[in-house]
Design a protein around this ligand. Structure first.
Ligand SMILES: Cc1cc2nc3c(=O)[nH]c(=O)nc-3n(C[C@H](O)[C@H](O)[C@H](O)COP(=O)(O)OP(=O)(O)OC[C@H]3O[C@@H](n4cnc5c(N)ncnc54)[C@H](O)[C@@H]3O)c2cc1C
Length: 416
């Protein structure tokens, strides 16, 4: 039966949900407070990453955060501030960072990543969005030190045991795979299972496709309030009007916790700010790479090379910390010594907020309090990869179909 469905948020998660819900015959409205040209879904590194099997909440992360806390140029930064929501979230993050919880999360993260990778491929084959970059070159983890190598080798072993394609490259092999740029690294672990894309190419194409097939997209319209009755969401009140709805999907990224609070629901989330610099000239870089000791990502996208990184917990804002931008440019030069990122390129840096749950797993599924409310958020560092899978799962949940995978680990009502 066709339903009237409102989706709050037009990032990759909201748009992917609209994509699959529309295909099931529903009348879908996406509402976004921005004009859908910026934020996490535009500034990300574009990786589709089955290799990212270890959640952010893993042993040692809090200690690292505390150590780096007072250095705002560091790649992992928690701004010291009095914020009880943040303290609660940090405590839950700490409790989730155990070996046992990480081991339980790894196969689930891999499964949803593989499902999503397959769906990216299906979307491409359908030609719904026309042509777009979806490259299967894999991802290099470039290292300089034995420490970094040992760390990644342990992850690679786990990935290999789970059936993911991983290999190792020494200096000579690196030169062969990346012949047009000088690299200062001892070698790389090559996750051949990973793919990459250009988000600023896919997002507008997806938006246009959705409009063409009848999805209503409301931009520059902020959801301010949600009216409920009898354990059901009834009406969405925005800055410009109101919408009656049969079903509501909450896909508002890092702002989802705030909206959930209006419904008296707890959704533990913090915005993890990341930065990107685009270099729109030939850098010679042909392979996506994570520069391990610089803790940053490099992606050859359509029309530019992107340098991205940082996980900064300093509240939901787009403020650009200049020292962080400088650190990203310097981090790139440590690995690509001939690459000089210009002042102009640094000045056009942008940020986005990753919606980070305390255990590194997304929230996908129905609210236990409101029967017609579905959550689709909390994807942290994997939201780009997991867009299509989340969209498909959301449509299956709303249509009460058997889901493509077991989603109990993503239960939005879970306690920490
Ligand atoms: C630097 C960086 C690099 C990254 N690299 C990768 C990567 O390589 N691979 C990967 O998988 N992931 C990556 N990520 C993570 C990924 O980008 C995010 O997880 C993902 O974009 C989140 O998508 P979203 O749709 O949930 O949120 P968003 O893209 O933030 O969208 C949420 C939308 O909700 C809207 N909204 C919020 N509140 C309201 C309201 N009240 N009313 C109306 N609208 C509202 C916002 O305007 C926004 O457009 C990276 C992130 C960053 C920052």
């Amino acid at each position: 039966m066709s339903k009237n469905i409102v989706i709050i948020g037009g990032g990759i998660i909201g748009l992917s949900s609209a994509y699959y819900l529309q295909k099931e015959g529903h009348q879908v409205t996406v509402i976004d407070k921005s004009d859908i040209t910026s934020g996490a879904s535009f500034v990300n590194a574009g990786y589709i990453t089955p290799s990212h099997i270890v959640p952010l909440a893993s042993p040692g992360m809090i200690a690292k955060g505390i150590k780096m806390m007072f250095n705002s140029a560091s790649p992992f930064y928690m701004k010291p501030r009095w914020d009880t929501e943040f303290f609660k979230w940090a405590w839950h993050f700490h409790k989730s960072s155990t070996h046992a919880k990480v081991d339980k999360a790894i196969p689930v993260i891999m499964d949803i990543n593989l499902l999503s990778r397959e769906l990216f491929s299906e979307i491409k084959a359908s030609n719904d969005l026309g042509s777009f970059q979806l490259e299967r070159k894999g991802l290099l983890m470039l290292y300089k030190t034995k420490n970094a190598y040992d760390h990644e080798k342990a992850v690679a072993r786990k990935a290999n045991d789970l059936g993911l394609e991983v290999s190792e490259l020494d200096k000579k092999q690196l030169e062969r795979i990346e012949p047009n740029v000088k690299i200062n690294a001892e070698g790389a672990i090559h996750y051949e299972c990973d793919w990459h894309t250009t988000p600023t190419q896919i997002m507008p194409k997806m938006l246009q496709y959705l409009k063409d097939v009848g999805v209503v997209v409301k931009i520059n319209e902020e959801v301010l309030n949600i009216e409920t009755n009898n354990a059901m969401v009834k009406k969405i009140i925005t800055s410009k009007g109101s919408y009656l709805t049969d079903e509501l999907v909450l896909a508002a990224g890092s702002w989802s916790g705030r909206i959930a609070k209006q419904l008296d629901l707890k959704l533990s989330l913090q915005g993890g700010k990341g930065y990107r610099i685009n270099v729109k000239r030939n850098t010679g870089i042909n392979m996506p790479a994570i520069l391990m000791e610089s803790k940053m990502a490099v992606t050859p996208m359509v029309g530019f090379t992107r340098f991205a990184g940082t996980m900064e917990f300093s509240g939901n804002n787009a403020f650009i910390r200049k020292e962080r931008v400088e650190a990203i440019a310097a981090g790139a030069k440590r690995f690509y010594p001939d690459l000089e990122i210009t002042q102009e390129e640094k000045e056009s840096a942008k940020t986005g907020l990753r919606p980070v749950s305390p255990d590194g797993l997304p929230y996908i599924g129905k609210s236990s309090k409101f029967k017609n409310l579905t959550f689709a958020t909390g994807h942290a560092m994997m939201g780009w990869s997991l867009g299509p899978a989340t969209g498909k799962l959301v449509s299956e949940v709303i249509d009460e179909k058997k889901t493509s995978m077991d989603i109990s680990a993503f239960n939005p009502n879970r306690k920490f």
